[in-house]
Design a protein around this ligand. Sequence first.
Ligand SMILES: [Zn+2]
Length: 308
Amino acid sequence: MTVCPACGARVAPWRDVPSGEPGVAPLPVGRCAACGTGVTLAAPAAQEDFHESGAYAPVAPRGAALAAPLLARFDRQRLRLLARACPAPARVVDAGAGRGRFVAAARAAGYDATGVEPTARGVDMAASRYGVALVRAAIEDAPVPAASVDAVSLWHVLEHVDDPAATLRTLRSWLRPGGVLLLGVPNLASWQARIGGDRWWHLDLPRHRTHFTTTGLRALLRREGFTVEHEQHLLLEHNPFGLWQSAVSRVTPTPSWLYYALKRVAPLRAADALPTVAAMPLLPVAAGVEAAAGLARRGGTVAVLART
Ligand SMILES: [Zn+2]
């Protein structure tokens, strides 16, 4: 029997979910009978974990220069969220820091910020692109002294780990009493998850292990000794594009084709490209629907501020 990593209840079989990564077969996802959280029940047949390859490979995506101002805006929204609970100056660790972009932005905003990142790809790019020296380590092995930091950011990381409760326990040990956790994850209880069905962009198989609902996330945080202070559903990063991409995925042969094409993984095929291009004028509509979803607290991803 599989136990829900969020609330501990029983996980029942749910659906097979296709991956946009070429050559990866659909994987079974189960769903918790109590909190609705999804669980990826199998790893891909290949031993590759797709955190340094496929869409996560160390190549610049198509249109990277055009995306830079947008990414800076995303970082500003994330920094404003952090500042609500933990204004600068403060000691911040970004756990699962990716390419170090947020560490650089937080330092520029006056934080004493560092980052922990397990992949070579992330550590190398953080150094070359942002001049940021990340600590290369898995979260549970990172040399962060107990009770030494004011805030930890865990941004679209918890859905990737094998044991979310153990990860939160580690982060809690890093935080001083009353310290802040800024957490971002996809929300399986969102409108866009319903619209996208088994092709919801944020299912992101095979990389995502746990597909949290807000109910499940709150239960897990409570179990691990955190008190939720704020839950944000209106998020520019991930949400409007996620709704649009999930809706378009229902008509393209390749799931999340545009995303994978921008990441230089998906082949440029007319069967995918034509409906995608035809749907581009609907981006503002998708943004409007996602804004309504956010106001109804059903945003495609959520950000949570919690305290120890
Ligand atoms: Zn559950």
